[in-house]
Design a protein around this ligand. Sequence first.
Ligand code: G3P
Length: 478
Amino acid sequence: DGEVFKYYVDGEWKKSTSGKSVSIINPTTRKTQYKVQACSQEEVNKVMDSAKSAQKSWAKTPLWKRAELLHKAAAILKEHKDPIAECLVKEIAKPAKDAVTGVVRSGDLISYTAEEGVRILGEGKFLVSDSFPGNERTKYCLTSKIPLGVVLAIPPFNYPVNLAVSKIGPALIAGNSIVLKPPTQGAVSALHMVHCFHLAGFPKGLISCVTGKGSEIGDFLTMHPGVNCISFTGGDTGVAISKKAGMIPLQMELGGKDACIVLEDADLDLVAANIIKGGFSYSGQRCTAVKVVLVMESVADALVEKVKAKVAKLTVGPPENNCDITPVVTESSANFIEGLVNDAKEKGATFCQEYKREGNLIWPLLLDNVRPDMRIAWEEPFGPVLPVIRINSVEEGIHHCNASNFGLQGCVFTKDINKAMMISDAMETGTVQINSAPARGPDHFPFQGIKDSGIGSQGITNSINMMTKVKTTVINLP
Ligand code: G3P
């Protein structure tokens, strides 16, 4: 009681001299669950200094040793899966089983990153000069990949551990140091994950974790001259960060409005199962959630019936009980979702279930006959509410998808692979899934959004490459 979790700097757990703390509200009980330090700008400066000096010797540490430490951290993280999952349940209302799976996935991600790193960083290129017109073979060019320096990692609330290690792993294997700013909801899970890296024995200062109020240290961190790369996952804040950040590489994933296009020949049972999984897992709080269904009118009634039957079976309640639908992360998030629902009601959407809310808990809701004048046709609820728009042609579906500001993923259901490929080519999104719901994983697949959905590409290999620079040495022969 009254305990405030310490932040992590220079290999030590410390109290902030600000004397202030940030409260983490349990989404289910809506009471303060944990408190973390509200770090000051001065403390951020110290973190940056230690990250900078630790990086210098880390860059000289043999690649196989870096990999060895990452493997060790991965194993320790997996050993700690239960207590970390418990934090995820309390801080972000992640269903208990999914919370454990998420930590195991994170351990696997770190191990894969270590293996991928030793391979792709273990080789470079050798070029000769006489392939370019006018040159003799008098120059040999050697390339290698060198680290960027200090990487600032800012993961979102929905995967405070997994989307932290997807940044930490690639940064470290490539020889960078890491400053982690976890989301407020999820901060304690992240601190516990950092503890696993601490136990693995990484050098002091190589990994730091600062907690605090965005208003106090947010801009200060992202605009800090000591930062050489920002990897951010989250919402609109990313747009503001990208405008303010200096001339450094940015990796950003900022949400989506993933469309599910359903053609007349689709296997409707498969579609319904994927709409449930894609639209309602973790109560729709995923960037890659199915956020709008675009179904051909001729099969719409049948599909809606199938989805309705499955929605009725979803369990609703606390994350401790492993319910499918759990309270959304904050009261303001629940209020935002309710605003979208009310707007759709006023404009005449068909409610397949009655709208029901208790505190932050919102019952799953399918809205049929949604039209483009409704906010929910375009905005992401980040909650268990899914709009269905009936379309009369494939072109109409593609047009709706491409009119969105977002372009993360999308999916198309049809048995006709030629049509599926044609639609995939036409959809302006980073990924199109054929006959399955959108998803980021497996974690070595490239993951990227276009338009307002982000900058750059993630996935283990792409993240390692993104967190390096090419260095060349040219040998000039007489
Ligand atoms: O919401 C974050 C995004 O990266 C989703 O990941 O694994 O749920 O597809 P995933």
